[in-house]
Design a binder for this molecule. Structure first.
Ligand SMILES: *Cc1c(COP(=O)(O)O)cnc(C)c1O
Length: 424
């Protein structure tokens, strides 16, 4: 940081020795006489300079505060917290998970480039890859979630391999280290949508070779079904030397000018500066507050989800139950390898008559969200995955009888009774 302007880092630096639970409540909070104990909300669109030189310096470097589309101290505090919890190098927080996915992809791909992704994806991510990115000349191949299928789909122009920590809603866990190896061998990066990994609580993909992780902060991070947000966190040690976006321009190439920080810089430049998908400070505050209890919530929700998945598996009227925590799950071994602290809050199960089942629920609510304190169900076939072609829905693990349930914080007994009554 140059110039006389104080940099943004007046907050307490993150101690890398901190455990997850400590970092979740301590990171990003200023320390000092009269400072707020929690993260304060800076409800401001612009920030002052006192001289021409200060303003000019900031416009050249874009490292401090000038205009809130670019940076805001509350958003910055959330970004520090997310970076700490994912074990990353830098984060840009954005207006939604969808904004984060788009930013992550545009950060490493341009017209003529290619993405290989697993097929069991959040519907909106599949929509971006199949419908929106092709408009910009970026193509995608969606394949089965195995290293073999992903390896076979790689092309010379593949810049990014994409997967979700736990596939939506099939519950499939990718072999992260194997995918990292496949991507890196071809000069591509590995990007993981870690929404279901609970901001590093269940899984830290960066520690298994991923180069960047994204989140829908709308889910377990916000955690109360009250706010939307997204983020891209970049790790260290990624190799951009085979990506022309970073190497074009010789001496003035992004890689030469920005070094290790080039990837994070471009994510912020695209998502926030240029596309304007900026997170509002009040939303950043709510999400940062949600992160303070994420470990408690997701730990408890995972326990309840495992108990309910086990119980549902014993019910004669229930068809296939899919949850990576079940020992019989095809994804259990990879889940045990890559997840800790639980297997997540989401399970799917098949019921004979979804409409009748949903209409009888009295505690559990029908809503297309995840990671709420309340237990929510949807019928993915007609809602979240309804726009995908039938074959793609089946590839994502969805049939016309599938119910997806995101387990909340209600008592497990009340939830089981509600499910039992709805099953009839
Ligand atoms: C919800 C979700 C998204 C999209 O996030 P929004 O905040 O709704 O834009 C992306 N990926 C996964 C896995 C999700 O569950």
């Amino acid at each position: 940081m140059t110039g006389t302007r104080p940099p943004l880092d007046e907050t307490q630096p993150t101690d890398t020795e901190w455990s997850y639970e400590t970092a979740a409540v301590q990171t990003g909070i200023p320390r000092g006489l009269g400072q707020t104990v929690g993260i304060p909300i800076h409800q401001a669109a612009a920030f002052q300079f006192t001289t021409l030189e200060e303003a000019q310096g900031e416009f050249q470097l874009n490292q401090g505060l000038s205009y809130a589309r670019l940076q805001n101290p509350t958003v910055r505090a959330l970004e520090e917290r997310l970076t700490a919890l994912e074990g990353g190098a830098a984060t840009v927080a954005l207006a939604s998970g969808q904004a984060a996915t788009l930013t992550a992809i545009l950060g490493v791909c341009r017209a003529g480039d290619h993405v290989v992704s697993t097929a069991s994806l959040f519907g909106g991510s599949a929509g971006l890859l199949n419908n929106i990115l092709p408009l910009m000349g970026i193509s995608a191949t969606l394949v089965e979630n195995t290293p073999q299928a992903i390896g076979a789909a790689m092309r010379p122009n593949t810049r990014l391999v994409w997967a979700e920590t736990i596939g939506n809603p099939a519950g499939d866990v990718p072999d992260l280290s194997a995918l990292a190896e496949i991507a890196h061998a071809r000069g591509a990066l590995l990007g993981i949508d870690n929404t279901w990994g609970g901001v590093g609580y269940l899984c830290r993909p960066l520690e298994h070779g991923a180069d960047l992780v994204t989140h829908s902060l709308t889910k377990w991070a916000g955690g109360h079904g009250s706010v939307m947000g997204g983020s891209v966190t970049v790790g260290t040690g990624h190799d951009l030397t085979r990506n022309p976006i970073y190497t074009d321009g010789g001496k003035n190439s992004l890689l030469n000018v920005r070094g290790e920080a080039a990837l994070a810089w471009r994510q912020r430049w695209f998502g926030a500066h240029q596309l304007g998908m900026t997170l509002a400070p009040h939303n950043a505050f709510l999400i940062a507050q949600g992160l303070e209890t994420l470990a408690l919530r997701l730990g408890r929700e995972s326990e309840t989800a495992l108990a309910l998945a086990t119980w549902l598996g014993e019910q004669p009227r229930v068809g296939r139950v899919s949850y990576p925590g079940l020992p019989g799950s095809a994804h259990h071994d990879l889940a045990r390898q890559y997840l800790r602290g639980g297997f997540g809050a989401v399970l799917t199960f098949e019921v004979p008559d979804p409409a009748a089942f949903l209409s009888r629920l009295r505690v559990i609510r029908i809503a297309p969200n995840l990671g709420d304190t309340r237990t929510l169900v949807v019928h993915p076939w007609t809602t979240t995955h309804g726009r995908l072609p039938e074959a793609a829905r089946r590839a994502a693990g969805v049939t016309d009888r599938t119910i997806r349930m995101s387990v909340g914080l209600e008592s497990p007994e009340d939830l089981r009774a509600d499910l039992a009554a709805a099953l009839g």
